[in-house]
Design a protein around this ligand. Structure first.
Ligand code: 13P
Ligand code: MG
Ligand code: MG
Length: 373
């Protein structure tokens, strides 16, 4: 049977500032999801939060971009927004950028990543396992470097030297500047890796949209690469991308995919979505309370049974002492960057800031410039 995995997340309100959703909001979404499972719309679902973003991981048979599934998610976020409003929480409904989505929440604010596949549990996928990555306080290209390394660099993914992966992967890269329609390019690793790097170095404009195996007709990765300010025309909140990554066998193993996150590379985001700070791997359901925010990323692993339901429990990859030393490094890198405050590389370039109030401040000053005699 064909199974679709949909991960849809949004920030619809949080406690004490932009930290995490309240328990009542989480309960509201969980109750909607359990109705959707018992009503037959979904096969299975898992609800979590990363910082202030609520993510729903759902399996079903309706295909990608299904209007019923998308509408269900929108309605669940509306319910949680209602709770956030009732209790006076911060940013109630923040990521719901339109009044009503036209059957698809992609482009309406929530982050969406979906993959459909033929779920036979036979070769080349005798077992189906996947990771869900969720990032908070992050720009849209936060996964560009780590996912590139996991799928295109044998220094991180030794499995690329094996027969099932040696032909490499096709990367679909999206130009997020273009909001009229999806503007994409396909580039093959390994032969196009320099071209890929030339695009993916720009985390604010170009993002990995999806990755396919070149050996098997299988989609390995889907990422919600979109810029909220391009949709809203102004700064409403950070893009906080999610990623769905199938693993093992014909795809990289979890350790090959997670080890690039030990870099704690600098990404755009952080406080007011305007700074450059390291991406810290954290356990699922972590609140953002770090020094000057700190962008965070969670990674949860699932297996899928023949009927499309999830394993009875999930594995939380970054909830392991091995990542403590990495978290310390992230904090040290963060403190180092913060020591230069607003200067140069510590903040995003003006082209990114111009969507927010910084534009008004700088614009007002630009008007006062005049030529000296
Ligand atoms: P969120 O998108 O997570 O709400 O972050 C926005 C922000 O501006 C943080 O300071
Ligand atoms: Mg928020
Ligand atoms: Mg957020």
């Amino acid at each position: 049977m064909k199974v679709t995995l949909s991960v849809i997340k949004a920030d619809v309100g949080s406690i004490g500032g932009h930290t995490k959703p309240s328990d009542r909001m989480m309960d509201a979404v969980r109750s909607e999801v359990s109705n959707a499972v018992s009503g037959g719309l979904l096969i299975d679902a898992y609800v979590s939060h990363t910082g202030d973003d609520i993510a729903m991981v759902m399996s079903h048979t309706h295909g990608e971009n299904n209007s019923e599934v998308h509408q269900f998610c929108w309605d669940a976020f509306i319910k949680a927004t209602g709770v956030a409003k009732e209790y006076g929480l911060y940013g109630a409904g923040q990521d719901l950028l339109v009044d009503a989505p036209s059957g698809n929440v992609r482009g309406a604010g929530p982050a969406v990543a979906e993959i459909e596949w033929d779920h036979t549990l036979e070769s080349p996928r005798p077992a189906e396992s996947f990771l869900v990555l969720a990032a908070d306080k992050c720009g849209p290209g936060a996964y560009n470097l780590p996912i590139f390394l996991g799928f295109a660099d044998p220094m991180y993914c030794g499995g690329l030297m094996l027969p099932q992966m040696i032909k490499g992967f096709t990367f679909t890269v999206i130009d997020m500047e273009n909001t009229e329609a999806d503007s994409v390019i396909e580039l093959n690793a390994p032969e196009d890796v320099y071209h890929l790097a030339a695009l993916l170095r720009d985390n604010e404009r170009f993002g990995i949209d999806s990755i396919h195996s070149r050996t098997h007709e299988e989609k390995a990765v889907a990422i919600s690469a979109q810029r909220l300010h391009s949709i809203a025309g102004t700064y409403t909140g950070k893009d906080d991308p999610i990623a769905l990554v199938r693993n093992q066998g014909i795809f990289p193993a979890p350790e090959e995919l997670t080890s690039p996150f030990a870099k704690v590379h600098y990404v755009g985001g952080d406080a007011r979505g305007s700074h450059v700070m390291p991406l810290m791997p954290v356990p699922i359901n972590t609140a953002v309370t770090g020094i000057y925010c700190l962008p965070i990323v969670s990674c949860v692993g699932f297996s899928m049974a023949a009927d499309g339901s999830f394993s009875d429990s999930v594995v939380d990859f970054f909830d392991n002492p091995t990542w403590d030393v990495i978290r310390n490094r992230a904090q040290e890198k963060g403190i180092e960057m913060r020591s230069q405050g607003w200067s140069g590389a510590a903040m995003l370039p003006y082209t990114e800031l111009e969507y927010g109030g910084f534009r008004d401040t700088v614009g007002g000053l630009l008007d006062r410039f005049s030529f000296r005699d």
